[in-house]
Design a binder for this molecule. Structure first.
Ligand code: NDP
Length: 393
């Protein structure tokens, strides 16, 4: 039963996935962690009592990755590098005949735009090869898709409205830092807001729609902002009864103030700029200046609360259901040396791989999380450190 996993990407999320896979030896018998900088893999491996093998790989290079896959023959590739590596890694998996999982959909490096179309286009090739690719097995996307599927399966005859609400009530004490890769985070936050209503996508200027939401378990009221988030695209496709689907995230005034200045002076640009005879991309330079998200672990206090508010009809009556997880930054650090943002992404990545390796979720082709039975995944969340609560509002 025990299988071999190849984790690619030794950043904040990669560290958590490695720790969590190591906690489940009956499924993950052999773990190999590979990244662009092998020293980062070794530093993670040293934190873990079980032996973790490491390797260096440039995941943009399909031939190099294919050679590693052919040599190692893992049962699954867990891609927690960056969204830019999704397509080259899917190509390498196809070439070597290996199943694939990731936590974020593909983005072309030169356009701040994410869509599933590039990865959905691989469906027939994975199907014909008898392989499975599971897309977006993080928290959002990931658990939020599973929460929606669970609500639809157990609590509604038809779901009509979905609000995914992501709150980080943690404090890392820096004037400005991002909780995951700064480049990916800032590209997401500065993009136009977008939501689904009555059969069409509507867009808003970035961060212009907000309201106050009162979070449970002592977190209290926080301002939430409407953003576009990738899981809306697949959820709307797989739950066609939805009349409206939106995504909201909390930001502190301090974060927004810094972001506005950085944007105004051009530091968040993703196009090359000439500087002292060299071409530099401002957002990549900014990333080099900002704290490494992996370094926030020991200093972040407070909680995250990510969940779904679902409205719909059951037995002819309207109802509103809320399902959420609360995660404590300091507890995460004690367990896996990481803050809760990486934790809430890394745990579902491990669980997604566990679902694939144990055959609880199987299919040939490219799949989103909500296409599978949510029940075993929901059970595994309780078992592996992300317990959830549910209530009717
Ligand atoms: P980090 O920047 O901390 O880590 C990314 C890692 O990938 C780095 O170790 C980097 O190596 C490695 N990497 C980058 N390019 C390559 C390459 N060409 N070949 C091999 N390795 C490479 O990011 P995070 O850990 O914060 O995020 C990881 C992923 O998780 C991202 O895709 C992010 O979008 C996703 N995510 C998903 C969430 C969800 O809920 N679904 C939430 C948060 C993140 P090096 O350090 O050597 O450059």
């Amino acid at each position: 039963m025990s299988k071999k996993a190849l984790i690619i990407g030794a950043g904040g999320v990669g560290g958590v996935v490695t720790h969590k896979c190591a906690q489940v030896p009956e499924v993950f018998g052999d773990i190999l962690l590979a990244s662009r900088t092998e020293a980062k893999c070794k530093a993670i491996a040293e934190q873990i009592a079980r032996p973790i093998r490491t390797a260096r790989v440039d995941a943009d290079n399909v031939e190099e990755t294919t050679a590693l896959l052919r040599r190692e023959k893992p049962d699954v590739v867990i891609n927690v590098a960056l969204p830019y590596q999704d397509l080259p890694l899917m190509d390498a998996c196809l070439a070597a005949g290996i199943d694939y999982l990731d936590t974020a959909n593909y983005e072309p490096p030169d356009t701040a735009k994410f869509e599933y179309k590039w990865q959905w286009a691989y469906h027939d090739r994975f199907k014909d090869a008898g392989l499975m690719a599971l897309l977006g097995s993080g928290f959002d996307p990931g658990v939020t898709n599973v929460f929606t599927a669970y609500a639809a399966k157990h609590h509604f005859d038809e779901i009509h409205e979905l609000d995914i609400i992501d709150c980080n009530a943690g404090d890392h004490g820096h004037p400005f830092a991002t909780n995951f890769n700064p480049e990916i985070n800032i590209r997401e936050v500065t993009a136009r807001g977008r939501f689904y209503e009555e059969g069409e996508w509507k867009s808003t200027d970035p961060l212009t729609v907000s309201k106050t939401y009162d979070f449970p378990e002592g977190i209290g009221p926080k301002k939430i902002y409407l953003l576009y988030h990738e899981e809306l695209e697949s959820i709307v496709k797989f739950f066609p009864t939805l009349k409206r689907a939106r995504f909201w995230m909390t930001f502190s005034d301090n974060y927004l103030k810094h972001l506005e200045v950085l944007q105004n002076v051009g530091m968040t640009r993703i196009d090359p700029v000439e500087f002292e005879g060299k071409q530099i991309i401002p957002i990549q330079f900014l990333k080099a200046l900002l704290p490494d998200p992996a370094s926030l672990g020991p200093r972040t206090k407070g909680k995250t609360c990510i969940g779904c508010v679902v409205k719909g009809v059951k037995d002819g009556k309207e109802r509103t259901y809320y399902v959420y997880n609360i995660c404590d930054h300091e507890a995460c650090y004690r367990e896996v040396k990481s803050q809760a943002i990486s934790y809430t992404t890394g745990v579902p990545a491990m669980i997604g791989a566990k679902m694939m390796l144990t055959g609880k979720w199987r299919g040939e082709g490219v799949f989103n999380m909500e296409q599978f039975d949510p029940d075993p995944f929901m059970e595994a969340l309780n078992e592996h450190g992300l317990p959830w609560q549910e209530t009717f509002l």
